[in-house]
Design a binder for this molecule. Structure first.
Ligand SMILES: Cc1cc2nc3c(=O)[nH]c(=O)nc-3n(C[C@H](O)[C@H](O)[C@H](O)COP(=O)(O)OP(=O)(O)OC[C@H]3O[C@@H](n4cnc5c(N)ncnc54)[C@H](O)[C@@H]3O)c2cc1C
Length: 433
C-alpha cells in the first residue's frame, strides 16, 4: 500500500467523496480512507437529497447519471394525533421537472457512486481503513494512524469528513464537548412495497416521489417522523433529541411502533413488509455548534463541522456536506499551488465557507434549534390544530362559531393551550424562521 499522498480525506461519505473528487480533478494526489467495506455501507439517512448546484459543476445533469430512487414532487407537513391527521401538501409542477428540487436515494448506492466518481478522477480509495488518530509533527498534522498493520499514512494536509462523532476534531481540541440537547438520534424503518402500490396510494406517476413530515404522536419526546417514497420501498424516518429521549425513559422502538400504529399511517403502509432498521446520530446544534474549521494541515467538513440545518421544515445535511467538501478541496488545491499547508493558507476554506449558503443558512436560522426545544410544538399544538379543524368541519346541528370565537373558546375553556403559549411560540418561530 502506498503510504504517502499530497492529501488524505478521512471518510467516504458525501463530504469526503466530494472533497476527494474536487482535489483529484484539480491534480492533487489524494487518498480517500473509508472504514466500511465500501463507501456508504455504514451510512444511512432519511432521506431526501436536496438539489445540489455544487454537484452540477462536476456532472452534466447528474440526475441522469447518479443512482437516484425518485424525484420529490410532493412535499407535505402533516399534523397528527392518535386518531387523525391534517395534511398541508405542496404538489408543484416545477418540482416535477429537471433539475428537480430533491430526490430520494439509498446511501450505500449514492455514496458509493460519488466515491467511484472521485476514483475515476484519480483519487485512491482505500476501504476497510479506519483512522484512529492523527500524526502531528511540531504541532502540524502530517498524516493519520489507521487500524491496519503498519497503518501510518502521510500527507501535508488531512481533511476530516468522518461524520457527526468527529473524534479527530475532538482530539485536536477544535470542537466543544457534545451537549445531548444539541444532538439528535434518527431511526429508520425501511418497508418494501411494490412500485404500483406506492404510485396508487400516494398519487404518483413515473418517478415522482413524496416527502411527508409529521408533527405529533411523539409520546412527549421532542421529535418527529418523516416518510419518503423510494422506487419500491418506503422509508419511515424518526428523529428525536437525545436529551429529551433520555429524560422520557421511552425507547426509540416504542416511539417508532407508536407512529406505525397511528391509523392514517397504518392505512398508507398497509401491505408493506419490514426490510430493515437502522439508526444514526445527527448534529442539530446548528450555527452555535460549528467548530474551529482549520488548523495547520487540517480541515473539518460536513457533519464533523456540524454543517447540518435542522429547521424543523427541512433537514439539510447531504447538500451541506457535499458543498463543504468541495470548498475544502478548493482550499487544498490552492495550498498545493502555494506549497503552504499552514493554518493561514488553509484559512481560505473558512473564508469560502463563510461566503457560502452553508454558513449563511446556518447563521440565518441560528435560532431554529431553540424553536425545536419548544415542547408545545410536539405535544400540545398538533392536538390543538386538529381539534380546531374538527370543530370547523364537524356538523352538529348547533349554530357555528366564527374562527376567532373558536380559538378563544379553545384557549379559554380547553386549558391545554393558553393565549400566552400561542403568543410565545409565534414570537419564537417568527425570530427563528
Ligand atoms: C436519520 C437521519 C436522517 C437524515 N435525513 C436527511 C435528509 O433527509 N436529507 C439530508 O440532506 N440529510 C439528512 N441527514 C443528514 C445527513 O445524513 C448528514 O448530514 C450527512 O450524511 C453528512 O455527511 P458527511 O459526509 O459529513 O458524514 P457521513 O455521511 O456520516 O460520512 C462519514 C463517513 O466517514 C466514515 N468514517 C467515520 N469514521 C471514520 C474513521 N475513523 N476512519 C475512516 N472512515 C470513517 C463513515 O463510515 C462514513 O462513510 C439525516 C441523518 C440521519 C442520521
Amino acid at each position: 500500500m502506498k503510504r504517502s499522498f499530497e492529501a488524505i480525506v478521512v471518510g467516504a461519505g458525501p463530504a469526503g467523496s466530494a472533497a476527494a473528487l474536487e482535489m483529484a480533478k484539480g491534480g492533487v494526489d489524494v487518498a480517500l480512507l473509508e472504514r466500511g467495506n465500501f463507501p456508504g455501507e455504514k451510512n444511512m439517512f432519511g432521506g431526501m437529497l436536496h438539489k445540489m448546484p455544487s454537484l452540477e459543476e462536476h456532472f452534466d445533469e447528474y440526475w441522469n447519471q447518479a443512482p437516484l430512487e425518485r424525484h420529490v414532487s410532493k412535499k407535505a407537513t402533516i399534523f397528527m394525533t392518535n386518531d387523525a391527521h391534517v395534511n398541508v401538501c405542496m404538489d408543484w409542477e416545477d418540482f416535477d421537472k429537471p433539475p428537480y428540487n430533491g430526490y430520494t436515494v439509498f446511501r450505500p448506492r449514492w455514496d458509493n457512486w460519488l466515491a467511484e466518481e472521485a476514483v475515476k478522477a484519480g483519487a485512491t480509495l482505500i476501504n476497510r481503513c479506519t483512522v484512529e488518530d492523527l500524526i502531528l509533527k511540531n504541532g502540524k498534522v502530517v498524516g493519520v494512524k489507521t487500524l491496519r498493520d503498519n497503518g501510518e499514512i502521510y500527507a501535508p494536509v488531512v481533511v476530516s469528513a468522518e461524520g457527526v462523532l468527529s473524534f479527530l476534531a475532538d482530539k485536536m481540541g477544535m470542537r466543544k464537548k457534545f451537549n445531548p440537547s444539541k444532538m439528535a438520534v434518527g431511526c429508520k424503518c425501511l418497508l418494501d412495497m411494490p412500485k404500483q402500490m406506492i404510485d396508487d396510494r400516494f398519487g404518483l406517476v413515473r418517478d415522482q416521489g413524496v416527502a411527508y413530515e409529521y408533527v405529533g404522536v411523539s409520546m412527549g419526546v421532542r421529535g418527529g417522523v418523516a416518510l419518503y417514497t423510494n422506487r419500491d420501498s418506503v422509508s419511515v424516518n424518526m428523529v428525536c433529541h437525545i436529551g429529551s429521549l433520555g429524560k422520557s425513559g421511552i425507547t426509540l422502538y416504542d416511539m417508532m411502533n407508536n407512529y406505525l400504529e397511528q391509523p392514517q399511517m397504518k392505512k398508507l403502509l398497509n401491505g408493506a413488509k419490514l426490510a430493515e432498521y437502522s439508526a444514526h446520530a445527527i448534529p442539530e446544534g446548528g450555527y452555535e455548534m460549528i467548530p474551529q474549521l482549520v488548523a495547520d494541515g487540517f480541515l473539518i467538513t460536513g457533519d464533523a463541522a456540524a454543517f447540518c440545518n435542522a429547521t424543523g421544515i427541512n433537514l439539510e445535511g447531504i447538500n451541506m456536506a457535499t458543498h463543504s467538501g468541495i470548498l475544502a478541496g478548493k482550499a487544498v488545491i490552492a495550498a498545493k499551488k502555494n506549497k503552504d499547508y499552514s493554518k493561514g493558507s488553509l484559512d481560505l476554506y473558512r473564508k469560502l465557507i463563510q461566503d457560502s449558503y452553508v454558513y449563511k443558512d446556518l447563521k440565518t436560522f441560528k435560532r431554529a434549534p431553540g424553536l425545536l426545544h419548544d415542547d408545545r410544538i410536539f405535544q400540545k399544538y398538533p392536538d390543538f390544530a386538529l381539534d380546531m379543524i374538527k370543530k370547523i368541519y364537524h356538523i352538529t346541528g348547533e349554530p357555528k362559531k366564527n374562527m376567532t370565537m373558536l380559538v378563544l373558546d379553545h384557549v379559554l375553556n380547553n386549558g391545554k393551550v393558553s393565549l400566552m403559549d400561542l403568543i410565545s411560540t409565534v414570537w419564537t418561530a417568527w425570530r427563528a424562521l
